[in-house]
Design a protein around this ligand. Structure first.
Ligand code: RIB
Length: 324
C-alpha cells in the first residue's frame, strides 16, 4: 500500500507539499498540484482512516524533536512540555534526532503524516527554510535557528559571564573553558561570555578553551589532556552540566581535589548535578518554565491566537554547591 512518502517521491516533491495538497491548505503551484494528484491516482494512494478523520480537524497532537535524549537536560525539558501540553488537551510524540539532519527530516515527515498540529524543535541542523515550508506552527526551544521563528532560550552570554566571574571571585586565576559544539548558537554565546571576562587577563591563553560536544565522556578525555598540558589550571567553566560532571571525573583521575585544588562550574541546572560528588555548582536554566512556555506558545499558534513576541529569552541564576 502506497504511503505519503511514496507519493512525494513519485511526484518528486516533499511530503509537506503532498500534505498541503491533501489538506487543501497553504500555497501549492498549479503544476505541482497536478503532479501530486497524478501520483495519488497512479499509486492509488488512500490516506488511512485516522489520517482521513484528521483532514479537516485538529489531531490534538504535537511533535517534539530533541537532539539527544541521553543528555538529562532534554528529558527534563520534555517533561515540562508534556505536562503542559497534556493539561491543555494535547498529546506529545517524542522524536530523538541524534543531532542528525537526515534523521530529523525523517521525523518531520512522519509527524506530518500523523497530522500533528504543530512541532516543538530543538535543533541546530534544521534550516529555517525547511521550517517555513512545513506550513504548521513550529516553536524552537533551547537552540536558536532564526529570530523570525518563535524561539524560547536563556541569556547564555550573561550566564557564562556569571560563571566565569564567580570562579574569579573564588580566587581562581587560571580558568579554562570546555565549550560546546561550534555549530550551536548557545555554545558560541557561552564561549563569548567566558572570553569577555578573561580575555583581558595576563594569564589568559587561547589553549585554555577546549572543544567538547556536550557529552560527558568526551569532556573527561579533553579535560585530562588539558590538565596534562596546563597543570596550572585551577578553574573550569564547562558549557553544560554533563561536561562539568565529566570534568570532575577527569580532575580526580588527574589526582586533583575538587574544589580544593580546582573549581568546576557547569551550565543547565539538571537534577543529576545534585547527585555528583561533589555536588555541582551551576548556572541554572529555568528548565520547567522553558518547556511550559514552548508548549503554551505553540498551542496558542495552533489555535490561531496572537503571541506577545517571537523571541523569549529567560534569565539564568547561579546555584552554588560544593564543586567550587
Ligand atoms: O546539556 C545540553 C545542552 O545543550 C544544554 O546546555 C542546552 O542548553 C543545550 O543546547
Amino acid at each position: 500500500m502506497a504511503s505519503i512518502r511514496d507519493v512525494a517521491k513519485y511526484a518528486s516533491v516533499s511530503v509537506a507539499t503532498v500534505s498541503r495538497v491533501l489538506n487543501d491548505k497553504g500555497y501549492v503551484g498549479a503544476e505541482t498540484r497536478k503532479k501530486v494528484e497524478a501520483a495519488i491516482a497512479d499509486l492509488n494512494y488512500r490516506p488511512n482512516e485516522v489520517a482521513r478523520s484528521l483532514f479537516k480537524k485538529q489531531s490534538k497532537t504535537i511533535g517534539l524533536i530533541l537532539p539527544d535524549i541521553m543528555n538529562p537536560f532534554f528529558p527534563e525539558l520534555a517533561r515540562a512540555i508534556e505536562d503542559t501540553a497534556s493539561k491543555l488537551g494535547y498529546t506529545v510524540i517524542l522524536c530523538n534526532s541524534d543531532e542528525d539532519e537526515e534523521k530529523a527530516q525523517r521525523y518531520i515527515d512522519v509527524l506530518l503524516q500523523k497530522y500533528v498540529d504543530g512541532i516543538i524543535i530543538s535543533s541546530n541542523t534544521i534550516l529555517e527554510k525547511t521550517i517555513r515550508e512545513l506550513n504548521i506552527p513550529v516553536v524552537c526551544i533551547d537552540r536558536e535557528i532564526s529570530k523570525e521563528i518563535p524561539t524560547i532560550v536563556v541569556d547564555n552570554k550573561k550566564g557564562a559571564r556569571m560563571a566565569t566571574r564567580f570562579l574569579k571571585e573564588k580566587g581562581r586565576r587560571k580558568i579554562a573553558h570546555i565549550r560546546g559544539p561550534m555549530d550551536i548558537v548557545n555554545a558560541n554565546e557561552r564561549c563569548e561570555g567566558y572570553r569577555e571576562v578573561v580575555s583581558g587577563e595576563q594569564w589568559f591563553k587561547e589553549s585554555y578553551i577546549v572543544n567538547g560536544n556536550y557529552r560527558m565522556e568526551t569532556a573527561t578525555e579533553v579535560v585530562l589532556e588539558l590538565l596534562r598540558q596546563h597543570p596550572e589550571i585551577d578553574g573550569i567553566f564547562a558549557a553544560n552540566d554533563t561536561m562539568a560532571i565529566g570534568a570532575i571525573k577527569a580532575a580526580y583521575q588527574h589526582g586533583l581535589k575538587v574544589p580544593e585544588e580546582i573549581s568546576i562550574i557547569g551550565f543547565d541546572g539538571i537534577a543529576l548535578g545534585k547527585a555528583s560528588i561533589p555536588e555541582l555548582t551551576t548556572i541554572e536554566q529555568p528548565l520547567y518554565k522553558l518547556g511550559q512556555t514552548a508548549a503554551k506558545v505553540l498551542i496558542k499558534l495552533i489555535k490561531g491566537q496572537d503571541i506577545e513576541k517571537t523571541f523569549y529569552q529567560f534569565n539564568v541564576q547561579l546555584v552554588e554547591r560544593d564543586s567550587t
